[in-house]
Design a protein. Structure first.
Length: 274
């Protein structure tokens, strides 16, 4: 079964408990092991920008404008002041990088960024050095180079645009909860009491995508999360409502240029020592 996104947790939230008052210099990194924690289901914000780097497993970040997936070897960038919530898979290991406003030329909106092996190692080194109370010239130079590299990282199309429009929001919430729902655009139009032509226009206006492309992106985002969490390709294909595993693999390869097994084999190989 597909795990649900954004469920509230009885366990203590993670980043909301992080004390950033002692942050020195333009950035600080903290390495997290989520074995004893569940999702950060509640919305929160930071004055600093935040990069959530997945070393293992996956993170789903939700903000007003969309849902972002962070598989291994990627990071989601959340600008300072943006309300968001994070949900992690049970096998997740993460590193948080907090960046002071204006310290680097980083995007003004949430996005998923590719993270090169060199940048990942620099972030992990800063996390190790951030444990120390003091900062020296060596740490400052490393942080500066790290931020310069971060600003060069390419974006990855691993987000699902969402909307505050009540009719689009209803469709999104329903399909996120039950992604195998195969109702057509016309059937959804009837369900939300608008014409098919109006709903078609609204989808493009509110999300930038046609309904078909938007639903494929939803399937991709959920698939990446579930596969990174340890689910099999066969199970994910079935939970998403595909008639066959082959049909799901074709969709995945068309979107990301490779099969699910190869996609994760490359990413896990580059992070297995992290």
């Amino acid at each position: 079964m597909i795990s649900k996104m954004g469920q509230p947790s009885n366990k203590p939230p993670c980043s909301t408990a992080i004390d950033l008052s002692h942050l020195q210099g333009p950035a600080m990194a903290i390495r997290m092991d989520f074995a004893d924690y569940e999702a950060e289901g509640h919305q929160h914000q930071h004055r600093q920008g935040q990069l959530v780097l997945a070393l293992h497993g996956a993170v789903t970040c939700r903000a007003e404008s969309g849902v972002w997936i962070v598989p291994p070897n990627s990071g989601v960038w959340i600008p300072g002041g943006v309300l968001h919530s994070n949900q992690v898979t049970s096998n997740a290991r993460l590193t948080y990088l907090f960046v002071e406003p204006g310290a680097a030329m980083l995007p003004a909106e949430c996005c998923t960024l590719a993270v090169s092996p060199m940048l990942r190692e620099m972030i992990l080194q800063v996390a190790e050095l951030s444990k120390n109370a003091g900062r020296d010239a060596h740490v400052d130079r490393l942080v500066r180079v790290m931020l310069d590299e971060l600003a060069l990282m390419p974006r990855e199309r691993l987000e699902l645009p969402v909307s505050g429009h009540p009719k689009i929001a209803l469709i999104a919430a329903t399909l996120l909860a039950d992604p195998k729902d195969r109702r057509t655009l016309g059937q959804w139009a009837e369900h939300v009491a608008v014409s098919e032509r109006t709903l078609k226009r609204l989808m493009v206006q509110e999300t930038g995508l046609s309904f078909g492309r938007w639903r494929r992106q939803l399937h991709l985002v959920i698939a990446l999360r579930e596969l990174a969490g340890g689910a099999t390709v066969q199970r994910v294909a079935g939970d998403l409502g595909y008639e066959s595993t082959t049909a799901f693999i074709v969709m995945f390869k068309k979107a990301l240029g490779t099969t699910p097994s190869r996609y994760f084999a490359v990413r896990l190989l580059s992070t297995e020592h992290a």
